[in-house]
Design a protein around this ligand. Structure first.
Ligand code: SAM
Length: 282
């Protein structure tokens, strides 16, 4: 027994199923079930929610989510070696855990989920960032999810919550903060994982706003932010030259000095710029 449920401790699960961690799949497992339950609690009350978990691995966070009362968990895992361990968890929580084997970047889980929906994951860095960007940039808003509780490398977590003027401020901060409230809720040292990665990690909790914080066309905003931060050392009149022949006066009409750099520009000002650009293009 493991403390949060009647299943064996994760170290025994890993040994009995031969789940040696694979670097190619970004496998750094959380084996402390008190910690995974604590992470699950950061997602808030899940008792009336379906939870989409990406990358359950041997199931530490999955067990935390179920023990903390998630109505249902749908887990997508790429590594087929983990499926028997996950089947044991499903048997211990009848009707509450479904597992899909496959690549989360290629699977549309929506048909298997009933709203309200929360997402929770401890994912490899590259997959996690790509999924986060997808979850933040759907055509329609509000999105299919109400909250995201995601483990990232500390440096990526800081980029999500960063404010203007800081080195971490950029595309991720603007995408996240335009349509969601985002905060770091937990910090974890490398030793919390097996094997221990080189860097610290942090859990970020995002809740979807009912509508974006400031009006702007999503595509125009995404493009202008990407262009501005692609050349973040340059003045905006140079970095955004390709956006419109008269970018200087468009920047001015949005209240931004053409000599400013992207790092200094607030979310509100970027939204004003996206509106001014859209109007000038019509
Ligand atoms: N959630 C477990 C935990 O906290 O101990 C495992 C975390 S481990 C950092 C990342 C997990 O994501 C691994 O189980 C790995 O096999 C899985 N994974 C990696 N890439 C994936 C992908 N594209 N789709 C689904 N799962 C993936």
């Amino acid at each position: 027994m493991s403390g949060i449920d009647d299943l064996p401790p994760l170290s025994r699960v890993i040994a009995s199923h031969g789940l040696t961690a694979r670097k190619s799949l970004g496998q750094n497992f959380l084996l402390d079930l008190n910690l995974t339950a604590k992470i699950a609690r950061q997602a808030g009350d899940l008792s009336n929610m379906d939870v989409l978990e990406i990358g359950p691995g041997p199931g530490g966070l999955t067990r935390g989510l179920l023990a903390e009362g998630a109505r249902r968990v749908l887990a997508i895992e790429k590594d087929s070696r983990c499926l028997p361990a996950l089947a044991e968890i499903a048997a211990a929580y009848p009707g509450r855990l479904s597992v899909i084997e496959g690549d989360a970047l290629r699977i549309d889980p929506l048909e298997h989920l009933t709203p309200p929906i929360a997402i929770a994951a401890n994912l490899p860095y590259n997959v996690g960032t790509e999924l986060l960007v997808r979850w933040l940039t759907p055509k329609e808003w509000p999105p299919f999810w109400q909250s995201l509780t995601l483990m990232f490398q500390r440096e990526v977590a800081e980029r999500i919550v960063a404010l203007p003027g800081s080195k971490a401020y950029g595309r991720l901060a603007l995408l996240a903060q335009w349509r969601a409230n985002a905060r770091i809720v937990l910090s974890l040292p490398p030793e919390a994982f097996t094997p221990a990665p080189k860097v610290s990690s942090a859990v970020v909790h995002l809740t979807a706003l009912p509508e974006p914080r400031f009006p702007a066309d999503a595509k125009v905003l995404e493009t202008v932010v990407a262009a501005a931060f692609n050349q973040r050392r340059k003045m905006l009149r140079a970095a955004l030259k390709g956006q419109h022949p008269d970018i200087e006066s468009i920047l001015q009409s949005a209240g931004i000095a053409p000599t400013e750099r992207a790092e200094q520009v607030s979310l509100e000002a970027f939204c004003a710029l996206a509106r001014a650009l859209a109007a000038a293009r019509q």
